[in-house]
Design a protein around this ligand. Structure first.
Ligand code: LMR
Length: 405
């Protein structure tokens, strides 16, 4: 049996990690997966996470019982406050159904599954509008639950920036009550976000057309280094009354990639509705994972619920965001001032978050890998966190070479 099963291609992002690990060249550079590295190219366990783990380890009262199906209550409630803001009226009114998920991917999945079951699709085909481009996994996540992905214009290769007219045009032309997946901050893969004024227009059109905002927020803190600033778009949409849900991840901003800590927050128009929504999320979650894992949620909960640890976390986030911004500046300087690399490289410093869309072609991207042992996704995305003071010059020179060829 199984002879008819076709061989699947490896994951477009994680295959880069494997290829990098297997490469024996001493100057190899991994700019593939979006995972923070320190200036020594090492994964960074945040000091605040170390502290939380130390406290957890010495707590004899902790056991390994199941969590409630919807997760650790102190975690989900504080995670909701982090994204909606501590004084958020939707929280005070009990209108948010929050569920602990298997990081941001799990939140996307559970949100998509919930929509697939309960969104009022009417007679329309189930569809989700994804930005072109988006995180490749979005396509698979929605297809898995029977929702067809369609694309809206987002990135303009000519300006290496936002195609705002195309974006708004798609919102205007989509049928009423369409579901739009929006990256709440630090768009993956482009690093190109709308300005607050542009977000306001997007919100207006969403309201006018009764669209649903499926907000994916995997990089809170990474766009500006400030958790509140990066939650601005989410809070603004809530304030405007756009119908929405939020997928939240602590993989990047707490450096807890493998612990799979995240949450799904669905906003309803009343507490009564929110309670019903949560009851259904609980049923869905039960059939999928029964109960979410404890360790990462305990760590994040401790950080969010302890004032001094929260301050420490904010400093850790500034450290990560600051190092990435420093690498953007240095790469820009190397390309423009030192190497005089042909082309306009302003987008390197204008884009935000963990990624930069270099604007190079798939052929040039392949040449970087084949000739210089630099690993990046075929669309020209680089994870800025993979650059450091030791490898940035080698990378800039390699990029310069493929651009000139
Ligand atoms: C990425 O885009 O590199 C990250 O979000 C990691 C992932 O799961 O793909």
């Amino acid at each position: 049996s199984w002879q008819t099963v076709p061989l699947a291609p490896p994951d477009s992002i994680f295959k880069l990690t494997t290829a990098y690990k297997n490469d024996t060249f001493d100057k190899k550079v991994n700019l593939g997966v979006g995972a923070y590295r320190d200036d020594n190219n090492k994964p960074w366990v945040l000091p605040v996470v170390k502290e939380a783990k130390r406290i957890l380890l010495s707590d004899e009262t902790l056991d390994h019982e199941y969590l409630p199906i919807t997760g650790l209550p102190e975690f989900t409630s504080s995670a909701a406050k982090l994204i909606f803001g501590p004084g958020s009226p939707v929280l005070a009114e009990g209108r948010v159904s929050s569920v602990q998920t298997i990081s941001g991917t799990g939140a996307n999945h559970l949100g998509a599954l919930f929509l697939s079951r309960f969104y009022q699709w009417g007679s329309a085909e189930k569809k989700v509008w994804l930005s072109n481009p988006t995180w490749a996994n979005h396509y698979a996540i929605f297809r898995n639950v029977g929702i067809a992905p369609v694309e809206y214009a987002y990135y303009d290769p000519k300006t290496i920036g936002l195609d705002f007219a195309g974006f708004v045009g798609a919102l205007e032309n989509a049928p009423e009550r369409s579901v739009f997946l929006l990256h709440a901050c630090a768009h993956n893969p482009t690093g190109v976000d709308p300005t607050p004024e542009q977000w306001a227009t997007v919100a207006d059109v969403m309201l006018k057309k009764n669209h649903y905002a499926f907000l994916d927020c995997a990089y809170q803190g990474f766009a500006s280094g400030d958790l509140d600033k990066d939650a601005w778009a989410v809070r603004f949409f809530v304030e405007k009354g756009v119908a929405l849900l939020v997928c939240q991840s602590f993989a990047k901003n707490a450096g807890l990639y493998g612990e799979r800590v995240g949450a799904l927050h669905i906003v309803s128009t009343s507490k009564e509705t929110a309670d019903k929504v949560k009851s259904q999320l609980s049923v869905l979650q039960r059939s999928e994972i029964s109960n979410p894992p404890t360790h990462g949620a305990r760590i994040v909960s401790m950080i969010l619920n302890n004032a001094s640890m929260f301050e420490m976390w904010k400093r850790d986030i500034e450290t990560m965001a600051g190092r990435i911004i420093a690498m953007r500046k240095e790469l820009f300087r190397l390309l423009t001032v030192e190497l005089h690399t042909p082309g306009n490289w302003h987008h390197i410093v204008e884009q935000i978050g963990m990624f930069s869309f270099t604007g190079i072609s798939p052929e040039q991207s392949k040449a970087l890998t084949d000739e210089a042992h630099v690993y990046l996704t075929g669309n020209g995305r680089i994870s800025m966190a993979g650059l450091n003071t030791g490898n940035i010059r080698y990378f800039a020179e390699s990029l310069d070479r493929v651009v000139r060829n």
